[in-house]
Write a protein that binds this ligand. Sequence first.
Ligand code: COI
Length: 355
Amino acid sequence: MSENPTYTIKVNKAETSKIGSVNFDDLPFGSIFTDHMLYSDYKDGAWGDPVIEPYAPMPMDPSSRVFHYGQAIFEGMKAYRDENDEIWLFRPDQNFDRFNKSATRLAMPEVPEEIFMEGLKHLINIDKEWVKKGKGNSLYLRPFMIATGHGVIAAPSAQYRFMIILSPARSYYQGEVKVLIAEHYSRAANGGIGAAKAAGNYSAQFYPTRLANEKGFQQVIWTDDATHTKLEEAGTMNVFFKINDTLYTAPAGERILDGVTRKSILELAERENIKVEVRSVLVEELINAAKDGSLKEIFGAGTAAVINPIVGFSYQDTYYELPKQDNPISLQIKDKLTNIQHKLAEDTFGWTVKI
Ligand code: COI
């Protein structure tokens, strides 16, 4: 708890828990939620005391701005239970910072650190039975903010709701991931909201991703909107390419999300003396590398997806299958990262935060 809390968290506990009906071995990502949720409302220029109450639908005015103009942002985080039954967050400061950057970009108010952090910890503590031990298990944390002000004038709302919901999670992708490289559609453009974790960045991807799904690809790797020649991110994940013995990933910037897993991989790789270059890989370069055998691996990285190997990609209707690796760098890095997250390895970076 903060030493001098400004906000008092009000708690109204659920009478019963649904945890007994949940099969923790079969958790389709993001479909089951814990017993409680947290909210804090913003009006008259100030945030109200956070409330924790049973997870339930909430009434909203149909003219709420979020429904009409998409003022909505979110974060994706995880909590892990270690072998000593202690619960840990991974780099929550990074998510908090990015959340408020997203808020600023969407003309929404910043959320005070105390509401975000103490609210998160308090909520997780109440639902702590939902954080299961063991690598591969986590509690996915979804802080978000929506515009709740009424009226369909196209202007920022004066009222908002900050919320946190929690979902027990295992893997995001089931099975192999093949990707399609974007040739026409774009996720983001310079000067747009691509760097924000804004709801609209995800809905913009749904239609082209559905077209990719229909062709048997799980995700799209987006290219720059102006020339479609530079490989950027995969929407639910940042992407890394291993060409010869070097790992490449595009610089986070106006069009690319500054992923927490992405930056942790860069720091880990540096510590492990893995060669890394932060620069855009060209589509042409990738195809040449696939053809001459120097392309060794592609993988996605994100909180939900963790580190997910990509087995092949398609561009202009040609499919390129990646060679199978004996000890892929993606899985070596994943092991190191998840060992830190689950407190199975020493966290020399100071990334983990106890609840
Ligand atoms: C995350 O990795 O937490 C994300 O936000 C991706 C999400 C679309 C599932």
